[in-house]
Design a protein around this ligand. Structure first.
Ligand code: 1GP
Length: 240
């Protein structure tokens, strides 16, 4: 079964999915074995690999290393075309639908095709919505787009719905890596209410309470990154 089908099946069974995001530019390769051991003992269901900017083939090198230590599906969460690697299982084909920069709506996608053609990656069309998380984040800077205001919930909802109607298979609500404010329960509930596709929520989740509230509000998958970069011991609270 493919990665996307597996996600749908898990959701149908009522499971909450948890993705750990590893940034190839920040990860220490020599520490990966120990880190993945803890990941395997935790409730983590997916590994995301990516970053707004990643040097050269760092993604390829990291995914090869991660694969040695886990059977969890590895999904590329790319900031740019150079992060595509056949070593992973799937790729979130992200369209930054909160912004109006054509490069991140369709441009990079066209540029990636010659590379994608040479891979076996499962490509999952994903709407990517950046909301204001209380500080300027790398996504905003790198893509030269503005996040949607959390005070304009209807615009966020309409953006998500438009993405679904365009055929996107997943919706990713992003407050930005290291956000001060993660997506509120209200905004998650409001979006989930309109969508028939799985909802991923990430950015600024630092406590178990935030994570469990996100699930209760309708998130199917929560993504955490920074909290583990700051304190790996947080994985202990996510023990199976
Ligand atoms: C970033 O949503 C992810 O794209 C994770 O965010 O690093 O703040 O956990 P954090």
């Amino acid at each position: 079964m493919g990665v996307y089908q597996n996600i749908l099946t898990s959701i149908l069974k009522g499971e909450n999915l948890l993705a750990v995001l590893i940034d190839p530019d920040k990860a220490m390769l020599k520490n990966i074995a120990g880190f993945m051991l803890k990941i395997n003992q935790s409730k983590t269901t997916h590994i995301f690999v990516g970053g707004s900017t990643v040097n050269g083939n760092a993604t390829d090198v990291l995914v090869k290393e991660v694969k040695k230590h886990t059977n969890l599906p590895i999904i590329i969460f790319p900031g740019d075309v150079n992060q595509i690697t056949d070593e992973a299982d799937a790729l979130l084909f992200l369209s930054l639908i909160s912004g109006r920069n054509p490069e991140y709506l369709i441009g990079k996608h066209v540029d990636s095709i010659s590379k994608l053609r040479e891979t076996q990656l499962e490509v999952i069309s994903t709407g990517y919505i950046l909301i204001n998380g209380g500080k300027q984040t790398a996504v905003e800077r790198e893509t030269n787009t503005k996040p949607l205001s959390v005070n304009h919930i209807q615009e966020v909802i309409d953006t998500a719905k438009a993405g679904e109607l365009l055929g996107m298979k997943l919706m990713y609500l992003e407050a930005g890596s290291g956000a001060v404010n993660s997506a509120s329960n209200n905004i998650i509930k409001a979006i989930k209410n309109e969508l028939n596709i799985p909802l991923i929520v990430g950015g600024g989740m630092r406590t178990m309470e935030q994570i469990s509230n996100a699930y209760k509000s309708g998130a199917n998958m929560v993504v955490i990154g920074t909290v583990l970069e700051e304190d790996e011991a947080f994985l202990d609270s996510l023990h199976k």
